[in-house]
Ligand binder design. Structure first.
Ligand code: NDP
Length: 331
């Protein structure tokens, strides 16, 4: 490892299962060493994703203490042994992995991409994980066709805005949900043709049926989970697809599979790292994602760039439903 890499770094430790107060900012965490097939990235920006709150709050069990954070952007400052593709020291990259809430992260090269010329670093990092989540779902969970009706919950969120934009680009008709007027406006600008304020609307099912002429939607994309899942099964049309990809309101309880029978519903619970687990898949989808940004001019909404020290506020804002689009931090 180069001598210019320090022994210790700034970062945030999730010290226990709990609320945002268990996130402790530190200035003396050990800098990780890149293992076989890894590179060490000096992060300029780190992403925040809803999944970070699941690990912090114990929805997804994980050993503590741990450094949360699934994505980031920065410079490769050291390269581990083994095959690292064509990546080298000095490259500016975006990555998906773990241990992002820190100045330095050792990342498996499988999920590391050089930033294409012409895409700003903040846009590239804001796009990567949430954009790939949306892209893999519209390509693989429900290969979406022009003219289809798709319901997108939390349409002004990070993944939600991506879904609105990509579905619109494919020619689908998006019905979105969001919890206030500002979010509704944001999702409309991103391509949602119809918006429902599900914090006010008492009969979401009737509303969706009215919009779709009584047929229901071809697909539901639901990252909200517990609060919306039962309605998903009601608004999806016969032979339609329900893609349940997250638990912002809590996890979906176990269900009797026979519930799917009357309408022959296809139900999926995908995760982005499942769709993208080889280098070929990663390259294929990141190239397509960057193409959408560069050629189709899809804008990438960044809610705010916070300081790493303010990580507790970041988690409170995200869980408090105060945000739209991607949240980033800088060290
Ligand atoms: P978002 O920016 O979408 O934030 C979550 C949003 O969920 C809120 O803004 C809020 O929007 C809505 N929401 C509804 N009910 C609640 C509630 N009770 N508490 C808090 N928020 C609520 O986050 P992300 O884009 O990071 O993630 C969206 C979803 O996608 C999450 O469930 C996440 O776990 C999932 N995800 C899944 C992946 C996968 O691979 N399966 C990968 C990435 C994300 P509103 O106020 O409009 O209701």
């Amino acid at each position: 490892m180069s001598t210019s890499i320090p022994e210790t770094m700034k970062g945030v430790l999730c010290t226990a299962v709990g609320g945002p107060e268990v996130l402790e900012y530190k200035t003396d965490l050990p800098v990780p060493k890149p293992g076989k097939g890894q590179v060490l990235v000096k992060n300029s920006y780190m992403g925040i994703n809803y999944i970070d709150t699941y690990f912090r709050g114990g929805v997804y069990p994980s050993p503590k203490p741990e450094i949360l954070g699934r994505d980031g952007e920065g410079e490769i400052v050291a390269v581990g042994e083994g095959d690292v593709y064509d990546l080298k020291k000095g490259d500016r990259v975006v990555w998906m992995g773990s241990g992002g809430y820190a100045e330095y992260t050792a990342v498996n090269v499988l999920h590391v991409a050089r930033i294409p010329e012409g895409i700003p670093e903040t846009i590239a990092v804001a796009a990567l994980l949430q954009g790939l989540t949306a892209l893999t779902m519209i390509r693989e969970s429900h290969p979406t066709k022009a003219g289809e009706f798709c319901l997108v919950h939390a349409a002004a969120g990070g993944v939600g805005l991506w879904l609105c934009q990509l579905l619109k680009a494919l020619g689908a008709q998006v019905i979105g949900t969001a919890s206030n007027a500002t979010k509704i406006e944001e999702a409309k600008n991103a391509g949602a043709e119809f918006m429902i304020d599900y914090s006010q609307e008492k009969d979401l099912v009737s509303k969706v049926m009215e919009i779709t002429g009584g047929n229901g939607v071809d697909a539901v994309f639901d990252g909200v989970g517990k609060d919306t899942f039962e309605e998903d099964l009601k608004v999806v049309k016969r032979k339609g697809t329900v893609v349940s990809f997250g638990n912002a309101s809590g996890t979906v309880p176990p269900l009797a599979i026979t519930k799917l029978a009357p309408k022959c519903i296809k139900l999926l619970r995908p995760q982005v790292f499942g769709y993208i687990s080889t280098r070929e898949e990663f390259t294929h989808y990141t190239e397509e994602l960057f193409r959408f940004i560069q050629e189709e001019k899809i804008p990438v909404k960044i809610h705010k760039i916070y300081d790493l020290q303010d990580v507790q506020t970041v988690h409170r804002d995200l869980e408090g439903r105060k945000t739209m689009g991607k949240l980033l931090m800088r060290p």
